[in-house]
Design a protein around this ligand. Structure first.
Ligand SMILES: Cc1ncc(COP(=O)(O)O)c(C=O)c1O
Length: 350
């Protein structure tokens, strides 16, 4: 259609992980969802907000998400002017590109990491540069001074699962002329986070999601921490009522139940370590994971063969045909029972 922008016409669009229509029949380990429910306080807060009749839904939500931001700010030790909540961290990644990278201007990210950055850049008409990884999991050929508008550093990395050290992220922040976005979608499963760098460097933004550790993928919630100037820019360009009333109370309730979060994360980390040891025992190679998934390669390094074997047994994991990743599979950590069944299937597949 001639009226359409050429970059939109030309682009493919992002393909999310497969969501089977008969979801209950599967062990679903392909989109890094949490196998446990969210804090019970979330359902309680949603019921309270709805009341008997859903009367509150008549009215718009608080456009500024003040309570949710205040709760996040308190938890992470920032002033609320340094915090923005959003409709999934994807919304923040999108709005960061819209705020900082004009048409033809460059954004960068690591390949392999989260390919949605590229889709968002294509929509904006920004140009894209990718950096590879060295054998020892540092960024290959990162220039002494990177001049692009935005650099997305996924740490912990998805789909590989490792995290960069904070000292290394600190150094990368100093080498970026533009903004360094540390995408910490999986950081609650890791040993360290980069929040101190937000205070130390003017150009560091940290994004977080409620979709993984807080078990709220279905609610669509994320947040970012950054200097007030950056938060103000993100506020200008977002949809004004981007978070509905139920999402807002869910955000506050889950942030306030840190005991529940810690317990859920502990269970997943324990299962992750058990599963990783078992996989190594049957000849798989794994990168030590700081996330709620593992990237594992079978002895014959044929990810597709094992993916298909699991698929036939109604176990869904993530296979990437990319030549850098086709030797392995990204497997979300489910419950211990789900992982025992997955392990048995992997032994059976051989
Ligand atoms: C690295 C990374 N960043 C961001 C996201 C998006 O998270 P959200 O569900 O908050 O939009 C994901 C989701 O899988 C992810 O893996």
């Amino acid at each position: 259609m001639s009226a359409m922008r050429k970059n939109i016409e030309d682009m493919q669009g992002y393909v999310p992980g497969y969501q089977p229509p008969d979801e209950a029949a599967w062990i679903k380990l392909n989109t890094n969802e949490n196998p446990y429910p969210p804090s019970p306080r979330v359902a309680e807060a949603i019921r309270n907000e709805l009341g008997e009749s859903g009367e509150t839904l008549r009215k718009y939500p608080d456009a500024a998400s003040r309570q949710a931001r205040k709760d996040a700010a308190e938890l992470y030790g920032f002033d609320p002017s340094w915090v923005i909540t959003a409709n999934g961290s994807d919304e923040l990644l999108n709005n960061l590109i819209r705020a900082f990278a004009g048409e033809g201007e460059e954004i960068a990210y690591i390949h392999p990491s989260y390919s949605y950055y590229a889709t968002l850049a294509q929509i904006q008409g920004a140009s894209i540069r990718t950096f590879g990884l060295t054998e020892d999991l540092r960024i290959a050929d990162f220039p002494p001074r990177y001049e692009g508008k935005l650099f997305f550093l996924t740490s912990p990395n998805a789909p590989l699962g490792f995290a960069f050290s904070i000292a290394y992220i600190d150094e990368i922040a100093s080498r970026c002329s533009g903004v360094l976005v540390v995408d910490e979608a999986y950081v609650d499963f890791a040993d360290q986070n980069a929040l101190d760098l937000v205070k130390k460097h003017e150009n560091v933004v940290v994004t977080r999601t409620f979709s993984k550790s807080y078990a709220l993928a279905g609610m669509r919630l994320g947040l970012a921490l950054a200097r007030p100037e950056i938060i103000a820019a993100l506020d200008k360009i977002r949809d004004h009522y981007h978070l509905d009333r139920l999402a807002l109370v869910a955000a506050s309730a889950s942030l306030k139940d840190q005991r529940y979060l810690a317990e859920t994360v502990r269970k997943i980390r324990d299962t992750r370590e058990w599963f990783a040891t078992e996989l190594r025992g049957i000849g798989y190679s794994l990168i030590p994971s700081q996330t709620n998934f593992v990237f594992a390669s079978p002895p014959d390094r044929n990810g597709k063969r094992v993916y298909e074997g699991l698929f036939g047994r109604k176990i869904l994991v993530r296979y990437f045909s990319d030549p850098l990743l086709a030797h392995g599979l990204r497997i979300t950590i489910g419950t211990r029972d789900e992982m025992e069944k997955t392990l048995a299937a992997l032994k059976d597949i051989g």
